[in-house]
Ligand binder design. Structure first.
Ligand code: ZN
Length: 277
């Protein structure tokens, strides 16, 4: 089985300190948390930035730069920047795609619309076409986020149309209150629809965090953990750092007998070119 690639999703865009007391908010905090996650074994960091004034997610390129530049200087992490903005706020397309100008190796590509956090996270067919074209032009590999089977159908159609090109990389998002549940059966069902030559990773939201990570391990997929998806180590015990969440899956993977992929090895597994500073 391939080595396992661990992605750390550092902060997301909407969870605030009242519910998540240790969530990183400022660019400096996000950088530090990503740096620690890298030291703990993460090969990829999925990044949002927050407006330091309001604490909410932002697509401001200046803020992204304050996280991306020091990470590129001090680590060899693969960076995956969000294009979601704030799910449910539905920012203009240009704003959502603005971080692509920083040429991350990966960027999130949410393959359809879904209810999320009391709103609708809108990803129209036109947005998806534009996002796929912009990523192709910028040389950024889409990380195709799949919340339900319809999104898989959409991604496969776009593959057929040549808008998304092999080898694809999927991220299954299991356990949001509006999409596929974080159950082995639901994951297997989505997994059954994967095309040839692709790679995949899985996220379990909240209490689905650990079960989905273990499914990813067993099924030969990759794993995403981090405070964007889950803030607890155990019931009632919040993680104080993203590194703690990474360390836990590193321990599990080692016990199970799967080695942890370095960023360089992850680049080769994901068919990305070697790291350039
Ligand atoms: Zn995200």
């Amino acid at each position: 089985m391939d080595k396992v690639i661990i992605t750390a999703a550092i902060t997301g865009s909407r969870m605030m300190r009242d519910v998540a007391p240790y969530i990183p908010i400022t660019p400096e905090e996000i950088f530090l948390s990503a740096y620690e996650a890298w030291q703990a074994g993460a090969a990829i960091c999925h990044l949002h930035v927050r407006d330091p004034e309001t604490g909410l997610g932002s697509q401001d390129v200046g803020l992204f730069r304050r996280v991306v530049e020091p990470l590129r200087e001090k680590t060899d992490l693969i960076l995956s920047l969000t294009t979601s903005g704030i799910p449910g706020r539905n920012l203009p397309v240009e704003e959502r795609l603005a971080p692509l100008c920083l040429k991350p190796e990966l960027a999130s590509f949410d393959a359809g619309s879904i209810n999320l956090g009391g709103d609708v996270f809108i990803n129209t067919p036109d947005f998806l076409d534009r996002a796929a074209a912009a990523m192709k032009e910028a040389g950024v590999k889409p990380e195709i986020e799949i919340f339900d089977l319809g999104m898989m159908v959409t991604a496969l159609r776009m593959r057929k149309e040549g808008k998304l090109e092999d080898p694809l990389h999927f991220q299954f998002v299991m356990g949001t209150p509006w999409g596929a549940p974080a159950t082995p059966k639901a994951l297997l069902h989505l997994h059954d629809h994967l095309p040839e030559r692709c790679t995949w990773s899985v996220i379990g939201i909240g209490s689905g965090h650990l079960p989905m990570a273990m499914m990813g391990l067993i099924m030969g997929g990759h794993i995403r953990v981090g405070m964007e998806d889950n803030i607890y180590l155990r019931r009632g015990v919040p993680a104080k750092t993203n590194a703690e969440l990474v360390e836990r899956v590193v321990r599990l993977a080692r016990e199970y007998g799967r080695e942890i992929s370095t960023p360089a090895e992850a680049r080769s597994l994901l068919h990305l070119p070697p790291f350039k500073r």
